[in-house]
Design a protein around this ligand. Sequence first.
Ligand code: BG6
Length: 295
Amino acid sequence: MSVQNLENKVILTHGSGSSAEVYLFGATVTSWKVSGLERLFLSKKAILDGTKAIRGGIPLVFPQFGTAKNPNDASAKLPQHGIARISTWEILSTTSGTSVSNGDEEVTATFGLTDSQISNNLREAWPKKFQLIYTVSLTARTLKTSLEVKNEDNEPFNFHVLFHTYFSVPDISKVSILGLSNLTYTDKVLNGTRALESREKITIDQEVDRVYENVASDEIVVDLQEGKGNFHVKPSNLRDTVVWNPWIDKSRGMSDFDDEEYKLMVCVETGTVADYIPLSPGHNWQGSQILSVDI
Ligand code: BG6
């Protein structure tokens, strides 16, 4: 068990050999290895020097998912996906070797971001006093990401939150996603058309960008159809799930994504983004996801 604090990132290593890496820029988890295999997708063209949101891993979306629909929204002036993923966080604490309920041990790192630590431009675009506390916890086979939002302003504020997880998959043509059937979704590829998901297994053979609302199942599965390596995603206090794959044309349009990489990733993103979460002054909100992988 160890936690290494490097200049621009933290590396968590579990006694089993699993590991995770978190950049201070965006508090972006960029690597999660179990049994020696990388489980998160990070583009080979990802920019890691803090000049652009990191393309891959688990960027954090707060307080705005995409861009605001309504010009009167308080977050209308924020860039796509908000503040958290493009700000540099501080390390608040680390622990190693704490026992968890299943008898395993976990190693954790906690990161903080307040309004006083973001750029002037972002503060002007969203002039709210807030504190974010983000904890990344690693066990032998799980990675938990947990976010606490504190309203330190004198006024209520609204926010979205999303763990924008990029899973590494060997072959997108074999992947199916379970746990989202019978849900209403907004299709961002079809200009926000709403529809009902009838499929038990969601497969991907074209650009997909959907926001599934009010997810009731307590687990979403990304089945790789390889007999192993399937992912399980357990959200807590998060209402929606976004499924995204840019496919061919969108991949070509992204400077920090290789043209062929759409075959090797799928984003399954848990959060609350269909509606804003209102938070009163002095109050806290907390939500988390636990990722696990079959080995
Ligand atoms: C997804 C959105 O969450 O993120 C997509 O639903 C978006 O619409 C994608 O294209 C990637 O966004 P970005 O800003 O990282 O290119």
